[in-house]
Design a protein around this ligand. Sequence first.
Ligand code: CP
Ligand code: NVA
Length: 313
Amino acid sequence: MASHLLTLDSLGRDGIVRVLELSAHVKKLRGDTRDSLAGGRVGMIFDKPSTRTRVSFEAAIWGLGMLPIALRPDELQIGRGETIADTARVLSRYLSALVIRTFDQAKVEELAKYATIPIINALTDDHHPCQALADVMTMQEEFGDFAGLRLAYVGDGNNVCHSLIQAAGWLGFTLAISAPEGHQPKAEIVAAARANCARYGGGIELGHDPSAAVRGADAVYTDVWASMGQEKEREVRALSFAGYKVDSDLMALASPRAIFLHCLPAHRGDEVTDDVMDGPASRVWDEAENRWYTEQALLYLLITGRDRWERTT
Ligand code: CP
Ligand code: NVA
Protein backbone atom coordinates (compact mmCIF):
# COMPACT_ATOMS: atom_id res chain seq x y z
CA MET A 1 0.00 0.00 0.00
CA ALA A 2 1.18 3.46 -0.87
CA SER A 3 2.61 5.61 1.86
CA HIS A 4 2.29 8.81 -0.20
CA LEU A 5 -0.15 10.26 -2.74
CA LEU A 6 2.15 11.89 -5.31
CA THR A 7 0.02 11.05 -8.35
CA LEU A 8 -3.00 8.77 -8.57
CA ASP A 9 -0.58 6.02 -9.65
CA SER A 10 0.76 6.01 -6.05
CA LEU A 11 -2.48 4.28 -5.01
CA GLY A 12 -2.91 1.92 -7.96
CA ARG A 13 -6.13 0.03 -8.48
CA ASP A 14 -6.31 -1.52 -4.98
CA GLY A 15 -5.62 1.78 -3.25
CA ILE A 16 -8.22 3.68 -5.26
CA VAL A 17 -10.84 0.98 -4.60
CA ARG A 18 -10.03 1.10 -0.87
CA VAL A 19 -10.35 4.88 -0.78
CA LEU A 20 -13.73 4.61 -2.54
CA GLU A 21 -14.96 1.99 -0.05
CA LEU A 22 -13.81 4.03 2.94
CA SER A 23 -15.25 7.22 1.43
CA ALA A 24 -18.69 5.64 1.04
CA HIS A 25 -18.49 4.63 4.71
CA VAL A 26 -17.49 8.16 5.77
CA LYS A 27 -20.37 9.60 3.74
CA LYS A 28 -22.83 7.29 5.52
CA LEU A 29 -21.48 8.67 8.79
CA ARG A 30 -22.04 12.17 7.29
CA GLY A 31 -18.35 12.84 7.77
CA ASP A 32 -18.56 12.17 11.49
CA THR A 33 -15.37 10.16 11.97
CA ARG A 34 -14.63 11.95 15.21
CA ASP A 35 -11.48 10.91 17.04
CA SER A 36 -10.61 8.09 14.60
CA LEU A 37 -7.05 9.45 14.52
CA ALA A 38 -7.16 11.45 17.75
CA GLY A 39 -3.93 13.21 18.61
CA GLY A 40 -2.56 13.29 15.05
CA ARG A 41 -1.20 16.44 13.43
CA VAL A 42 -1.34 17.30 9.72
CA GLY A 43 0.58 20.16 8.10
CA MET A 44 -0.77 21.96 5.03
CA ILE A 45 1.35 24.04 2.66
CA PHE A 46 -0.48 25.96 -0.09
CA ASP A 47 1.80 27.71 -2.59
CA LYS A 48 -1.30 28.41 -4.76
CA PRO A 49 -4.81 29.58 -3.81
CA SER A 50 -7.50 27.08 -2.82
CA THR A 51 -11.08 27.06 -1.59
CA ARG A 52 -12.24 23.42 -1.74
CA THR A 53 -8.99 21.59 -1.10
CA ARG A 54 -7.91 23.79 1.79
CA VAL A 55 -11.28 23.78 3.56
CA SER A 56 -12.18 20.13 2.89
CA PHE A 57 -8.77 18.95 4.12
CA GLU A 58 -8.92 21.14 7.21
CA ALA A 59 -12.45 19.90 7.95
CA ALA A 60 -11.38 16.29 7.31
CA ILE A 61 -8.33 16.56 9.57
CA TRP A 62 -10.38 18.10 12.38
CA GLY A 63 -13.16 15.55 11.84
CA LEU A 64 -10.66 12.72 12.33
CA GLY A 65 -9.62 14.24 15.66
CA MET A 66 -6.33 15.65 14.38
CA LEU A 67 -4.85 19.13 14.50
CA PRO A 68 -4.62 20.90 11.12
CA ILE A 69 -1.57 23.17 10.97
CA ALA A 70 -1.59 25.68 8.09
CA LEU A 71 2.01 26.41 7.14
CA ARG A 72 2.10 29.68 5.22
CA PRO A 73 4.87 29.53 2.60
CA ASP A 74 6.07 33.03 3.52
CA GLU A 75 6.47 31.96 7.14
CA LEU A 76 8.51 28.82 6.44
CA GLN A 77 12.31 28.82 6.31
CA ILE A 78 12.08 27.21 2.82
CA GLY A 79 11.55 30.77 1.58
CA ARG A 80 14.93 31.73 3.10
CA GLY A 81 16.87 28.86 1.60
CA GLU A 82 16.31 25.83 3.85
CA THR A 83 16.28 22.79 1.59
CA ILE A 84 13.18 20.76 0.84
CA ALA A 85 15.01 17.67 2.11
CA ASP A 86 15.77 19.24 5.50
CA THR A 87 12.23 20.61 5.75
CA ALA A 88 10.85 17.11 5.09
CA ARG A 89 13.13 15.57 7.71
CA VAL A 90 12.13 18.11 10.37
CA LEU A 91 8.38 18.17 9.67
CA SER A 92 8.37 14.36 9.85
CA ARG A 93 9.38 14.65 13.51
CA TYR A 94 6.24 16.67 14.37
CA LEU A 95 3.50 15.66 11.95
CA SER A 96 1.42 12.59 11.02
CA ALA A 97 1.12 13.69 7.37
CA LEU A 98 1.83 16.70 5.14
CA VAL A 99 -0.54 18.06 2.48
CA ILE A 100 1.06 20.28 -0.17
CA ARG A 101 -0.25 22.30 -3.14
CA THR A 102 2.54 23.73 -5.26
CA PHE A 103 3.73 24.36 -8.82
CA ASP A 104 6.46 21.82 -9.51
CA GLN A 105 5.67 18.12 -9.18
CA ALA A 106 9.38 17.59 -8.44
CA LYS A 107 8.98 19.50 -5.13
CA VAL A 108 6.34 17.03 -3.95
CA GLU A 109 8.50 14.09 -5.03
CA GLU A 110 11.53 15.58 -3.25
CA LEU A 111 9.55 16.00 -0.01
CA ALA A 112 8.41 12.37 -0.25
CA LYS A 113 11.98 11.19 -0.79
CA TYR A 114 13.10 12.55 2.58
CA ALA A 115 9.90 12.44 4.67
CA THR A 116 9.01 9.56 6.95
CA ILE A 117 5.34 10.60 6.99
CA PRO A 118 2.77 10.46 4.14
CA ILE A 119 3.08 13.34 1.64
CA ILE A 120 -0.21 14.21 -0.09
CA ASN A 121 -0.25 16.09 -3.40
CA ALA A 122 -3.05 18.66 -3.16
CA LEU A 123 -2.40 19.81 -6.78
CA THR A 124 0.69 20.54 -8.83
CA ASP A 125 1.06 21.86 -12.37
CA ASP A 126 0.93 18.22 -13.55
CA HIS A 127 -1.45 16.33 -11.25
CA HIS A 128 -4.52 16.70 -9.02
CA PRO A 129 -5.03 13.20 -7.59
CA CYS A 130 -7.28 14.28 -4.67
CA GLN A 131 -9.70 15.79 -7.16
CA ALA A 132 -9.80 12.62 -9.25
CA LEU A 133 -10.74 10.58 -6.15
CA ALA A 134 -13.82 12.75 -5.57
CA ASP A 135 -14.61 12.63 -9.30
CA VAL A 136 -14.63 8.84 -9.46
CA MET A 137 -16.61 8.68 -6.21
CA THR A 138 -19.26 10.90 -7.83
CA MET A 139 -19.30 8.69 -10.95
CA GLN A 140 -19.60 5.54 -8.82
CA GLU A 141 -22.53 7.02 -6.88
CA GLU A 142 -24.30 7.76 -10.15
CA PHE A 143 -23.54 4.64 -12.16
CA GLY A 144 -22.41 1.99 -9.65
CA ASP A 145 -19.79 0.35 -11.82
CA PHE A 146 -17.00 1.74 -13.99
CA ALA A 147 -17.05 -1.02 -16.61
CA GLY A 148 -18.37 0.31 -19.92
CA LEU A 149 -18.54 3.95 -18.77
CA ARG A 150 -17.52 6.75 -21.11
CA LEU A 151 -16.28 10.03 -19.62
CA ALA A 152 -15.71 12.88 -22.09
CA TYR A 153 -13.14 15.50 -21.09
CA VAL A 154 -13.42 18.77 -23.03
CA GLY A 155 -10.66 21.37 -22.75
CA ASP A 156 -7.11 21.64 -21.48
CA GLY A 157 -4.95 18.51 -21.11
CA ASN A 158 -3.86 19.79 -17.70
CA ASN A 159 -3.28 18.54 -14.14
CA VAL A 160 -6.95 17.57 -13.65
CA CYS A 161 -6.99 15.79 -17.02
CA HIS A 162 -3.79 13.87 -16.17
CA SER A 163 -5.25 12.55 -12.92
CA LEU A 164 -8.46 11.53 -14.70
CA ILE A 165 -6.33 9.68 -17.28
CA GLN A 166 -4.67 7.72 -14.47
CA ALA A 167 -8.09 7.03 -12.91
CA ALA A 168 -9.40 5.66 -16.21
CA GLY A 169 -6.40 3.33 -16.48
CA TRP A 170 -6.79 1.87 -13.01
CA LEU A 171 -10.59 1.66 -12.92
CA GLY A 172 -11.04 0.57 -16.53
CA PHE A 173 -13.39 3.19 -17.98
CA THR A 174 -13.10 5.06 -21.28
CA LEU A 175 -11.85 8.64 -21.15
CA ALA A 176 -12.42 10.50 -24.42
CA ILE A 177 -10.35 13.70 -24.42
CA SER A 178 -10.85 16.57 -26.84
CA ALA A 179 -8.26 19.31 -26.53
CA PRO A 180 -6.87 21.86 -28.98
CA GLU A 181 -3.56 21.25 -30.72
CA GLY A 182 -0.74 22.16 -28.33
CA HIS A 183 -2.91 21.51 -25.24
CA GLN A 184 -3.07 17.72 -25.35
CA PRO A 185 -2.15 15.79 -22.18
CA LYS A 186 1.39 14.49 -21.70
CA ALA A 187 2.11 11.48 -23.91
CA GLU A 188 3.87 9.45 -21.20
CA ILE A 189 0.87 9.72 -18.84
CA VAL A 190 -1.47 8.62 -21.65
CA ALA A 191 0.82 5.70 -22.57
CA ALA A 192 1.04 4.41 -18.98
CA ALA A 193 -2.74 4.60 -18.56
CA ARG A 194 -3.32 2.82 -21.85
CA ALA A 195 -1.16 -0.05 -20.58
CA ASN A 196 -3.44 -0.25 -17.52
CA CYS A 197 -6.56 -0.11 -19.72
CA ALA A 198 -5.23 -3.11 -21.64
CA ARG A 199 -5.45 -4.99 -18.34
CA TYR A 200 -8.52 -3.48 -16.67
CA GLY A 201 -10.66 -2.36 -19.63
CA GLY A 202 -11.71 0.99 -21.02
CA GLY A 203 -9.29 3.19 -22.95
CA ILE A 204 -7.92 6.68 -23.53
CA GLU A 205 -9.13 8.42 -26.72
CA LEU A 206 -7.40 11.60 -27.87
CA GLY A 207 -8.80 14.09 -30.36
CA HIS A 208 -9.63 17.70 -31.12
CA ASP A 209 -13.39 17.48 -31.69
CA PRO A 210 -15.58 17.99 -28.58
CA SER A 211 -18.65 16.57 -30.36
CA ALA A 212 -16.86 13.30 -31.15
CA ALA A 213 -15.71 12.95 -27.53
CA VAL A 214 -19.10 13.77 -26.01
CA ARG A 215 -21.29 11.69 -28.33
CA GLY A 216 -22.87 8.95 -26.20
CA ALA A 217 -20.84 9.88 -23.09
CA ASP A 218 -22.15 9.02 -19.61
CA ALA A 219 -20.37 11.99 -18.07
CA VAL A 220 -18.93 15.22 -19.45
CA TYR A 221 -16.07 16.98 -17.64
CA THR A 222 -14.36 20.30 -18.17
CA ASP A 223 -11.92 22.57 -16.34
CA VAL A 224 -10.73 26.16 -16.69
CA TRP A 225 -8.85 27.13 -19.86
CA ALA A 226 -6.09 28.90 -17.90
CA SER A 227 -4.92 27.17 -14.74
CA MET A 228 -3.29 28.78 -11.72
CA GLY A 229 0.08 30.13 -12.84
CA GLN A 230 -1.12 30.67 -16.44
CA GLU A 231 -2.97 33.93 -15.80
CA LYS A 232 -0.84 35.83 -18.32
CA GLU A 233 -1.89 33.41 -21.09
CA ARG A 234 -5.59 33.91 -20.41
CA GLU A 235 -6.41 35.94 -23.50
CA VAL A 236 -4.40 33.80 -25.91
CA ARG A 237 -5.89 30.66 -24.42
CA ALA A 238 -9.43 32.04 -24.73
CA LEU A 239 -8.87 32.09 -28.51
CA SER A 240 -7.43 28.54 -28.65
CA PHE A 241 -10.26 27.12 -26.52
CA ALA A 242 -13.15 29.05 -28.09
CA GLY A 243 -14.69 25.89 -29.56
CA TYR A 244 -14.36 23.95 -26.31
CA LYS A 245 -17.25 25.39 -24.30
CA VAL A 246 -19.60 22.88 -22.68
CA ASP A 247 -23.10 24.21 -23.44
CA SER A 248 -26.50 22.59 -23.68
CA ASP A 249 -26.03 21.84 -27.42
CA LEU A 250 -22.88 19.85 -26.63
CA MET A 251 -24.53 18.13 -23.64
CA ALA A 252 -27.42 17.09 -25.94
CA LEU A 253 -24.97 14.80 -27.80
CA ALA A 254 -24.21 12.85 -24.63
CA SER A 255 -26.21 9.91 -23.32
CA PRO A 256 -29.67 10.87 -21.97
CA ARG A 257 -28.43 9.80 -18.53
CA ALA A 258 -25.25 11.91 -18.79
CA ILE A 259 -24.01 13.96 -15.85
CA PHE A 260 -21.84 17.08 -15.92
CA LEU A 261 -18.71 17.31 -13.75
CA HIS A 262 -16.25 20.15 -13.09
CA CYS A 263 -13.49 20.26 -10.48
CA LEU A 264 -14.32 23.96 -9.81
CA PRO A 265 -13.64 26.83 -9.64
CA ALA A 266 -15.59 27.37 -12.88
CA HIS A 267 -15.27 30.34 -15.14
CA ARG A 268 -18.91 30.55 -16.12
CA GLY A 269 -19.37 31.64 -19.70
CA ASP A 270 -15.90 30.41 -20.72
CA GLU A 271 -15.52 26.62 -20.45
CA VAL A 272 -19.12 26.06 -19.28
CA THR A 273 -22.42 27.91 -19.60
CA ASP A 274 -24.70 28.74 -16.66
CA ASP A 275 -27.49 26.47 -17.93
CA VAL A 276 -25.17 23.43 -17.82
CA MET A 277 -23.60 24.33 -14.45
CA ASP A 278 -27.03 24.90 -12.90
CA GLY A 279 -28.95 22.36 -15.00
CA PRO A 280 -30.36 18.95 -14.05
CA ALA A 281 -27.32 17.00 -15.29
CA SER A 282 -24.90 18.94 -13.09
CA ARG A 283 -23.35 17.05 -10.17
CA VAL A 284 -20.71 19.67 -9.40
CA TRP A 285 -21.85 20.41 -5.83
CA ASP A 286 -21.97 16.71 -4.90
CA GLU A 287 -18.55 16.34 -6.49
CA ALA A 288 -17.20 19.20 -4.35
CA GLU A 289 -18.81 17.73 -1.22
CA ASN A 290 -17.21 14.37 -1.97
CA ARG A 291 -13.79 15.99 -1.60
CA TRP A 292 -14.46 16.05 2.16
CA TYR A 293 -15.19 12.29 2.34
CA THR A 294 -12.41 11.15 0.02
CA GLU A 295 -9.90 13.23 1.95
CA GLN A 296 -10.92 11.67 5.26
CA ALA A 297 -10.64 8.22 3.68
CA LEU A 298 -7.28 9.01 2.12
CA LEU A 299 -5.79 10.40 5.34
CA TYR A 300 -7.04 7.39 7.27
CA LEU A 301 -5.65 4.91 4.75
CA LEU A 302 -2.25 6.58 4.37
CA ILE A 303 -1.72 7.26 8.07
CA THR A 304 -2.94 3.89 9.43
CA GLY A 305 -2.56 1.55 6.46
CA ARG A 306 -5.93 0.09 7.50
CA ASP A 307 -8.70 -0.46 4.99
CA ARG A 308 -11.48 -0.90 7.59
CA TRP A 309 -12.74 1.91 9.72
CA GLU A 310 -11.94 1.56 13.42
CA ARG A 311 -10.76 3.89 16.12
CA THR A 312 -7.01 3.90 16.47
CA THR A 313 -6.85 5.44 19.93
N1 CP B 1 -11.07 21.73 -7.14
C1 CP B 1 -10.17 22.33 -6.35
O1 CP B 1 -9.09 21.81 -6.08
O2 CP B 1 -10.56 23.54 -5.87
P1 CP B 1 -9.66 24.57 -5.04
O3 CP B 1 -8.62 25.11 -5.98
O4 CP B 1 -10.62 25.60 -4.56
O5 CP B 1 -9.01 23.82 -3.92
N1 NVA C 1 -6.52 23.14 -13.57
C1 NVA C 1 -6.90 24.01 -12.47
C2 NVA C 1 -7.54 23.20 -11.38
C3 NVA C 1 -7.99 23.98 -10.18
C4 NVA C 1 -8.58 23.09 -9.13
C5 NVA C 1 -5.69 24.75 -11.95
O1 NVA C 1 -4.62 24.12 -11.83
O2 NVA C 1 -5.79 25.95 -11.67
